[in-house]
Write a protein of this length. Structure first.
Length: 317
């Protein structure tokens, strides 16, 4: 493996890790599922390119290039779908045919670029950093794909900027700026190495778009961590809140059972988390653990501050 192969393999690890991590935060979220699908496409692309760049001969380089088609032809459909959901374009997503159209180009390009006919006419040459793919003499589909992904990324960037400008929330505006800038940078860099140079028969560099995709991925990840781009499950969000406050907090379900407790409340009570969670609040209060009375009629979802411990009564479990 050369240095570029190692870099691309690192990208593969990052894409798969981030996709799985975000999916696990809420596996029922459409946005999280689309992010996972996008990262899987990027991961397939990166893994195949890792083996292509370091292949011992042209035949195996062409095999891995052909297999990588599954990743780089589908990723742009997932990106478009992800950003339509992210920017809340419900008028489009509520209808079945626009969603089908999102994935139609991916099916068409995948069918063409993975076909035996297309790959029989293709060749590769070796440069210091690895193998470079030479497009077949008939360039029409190559140019069509460049136009397709360019329009897709332009649409995604425009959607993001428009959504950020219209949103009254500062965190949405910051998310939009970060994502739009990183998308533009990745597009410009990737188009040079994977699009325009090969289209003009200039093969000085191997394809690097899969590496540059790491830039908007990092922008999206930063927005997730810093500005909550992708919402967490209610349970995860509550856990984050409880963990990062100094006051004692108890989360109590509507049936009076303690569901969550933070570190401050544990220190005040002297109990371990295993001894408190799942126990009725009345037993703890009646035992004068915190030395404060529980209101006889506390409405659901109300907040009651009693001495140093806040009791949160919530619906459900």
């Amino acid at each position: 493996m050369n240095i570029l192969s190692l870099i691309v393999f690192f990208c593969f690890v990052v894409y798969i890790y981030l996709g799985v991590h975000v999916y696990r935060t809420d596996n029922k979220s459409v946005l999280n599922r689309l992010f996972l699908a996008t990262m899987i496409s990027a991961g397939i692309w990166a893994l195949c390119y890792t083996f292509m760049l370091s292949a011992p001969d042209a035949e195996r380089a062409l095999f891995w290039r052909r297999l990588s088609t599954v990743g780089w032809t589908t990723i742009y459909s997932f990106i478009l779908h992800f950003f339509l959901v992210y920017t809340r374009r419900k008028s489009i997503l509520d209808k079945k045919w626009p969603v089908a159209l999102i994935y139609l180009p991916a099916i068409v390009f995948l069918t063409i670029f993975i076909s035996e006919k297309w790959n029989q006419e293709a060749t590769v040459i070796q440069v210091p950093l690895g193998w470079v793919y030479i497009n077949p003499l008939n360039q029409i589909w190559g140019w069509a794909f460049i136009v397709y992904y360019s329009l897709t990324l332009f649409t995604v960037t425009a959607l993001t900027i428009t959504w950020g400008l219209k949103s009254p929330l500062q965190r949405h505006k910051k998310q939009a700026r970060i994502i739009a800038v990183t998308l533009i940078i990745a597009y410009l860099l990737g188009s040079v190495t994977d699009g325009f140079l090969p289209a003009f028969n200039i093969y000085a560099l191997p394809p690097l778009a899969i590496v540059f995709i790491l830039i908007p991925t990092a922008g999206i990840w930063y927005s997730i961590v810093k500005y909550r781009l992708i919402p967490l499950k209610t349970h995860s969000l509550t856990s984050d809140i409880l963990k990062n406050i100094n006051e004692g907090f108890l989360l109590v379900s509507s049936d009076g059972l303690i569901r969550q407790v933070n570190e401050s409340a544990l220190k005040l009570s002297g109990y371990s988390i295993e001894e408190i969670v799942g126990k009725p609040l009345s037993l703890i209060i009646n035992g004068n653990l915190f030395k404060f009375p529980l209101p006889a009629r506390a409405s659901e979802s109300s907040l009651e501050v009693c001495n140093k411990v806040m009791v949160i009564k919530a619906k459900g479990n």
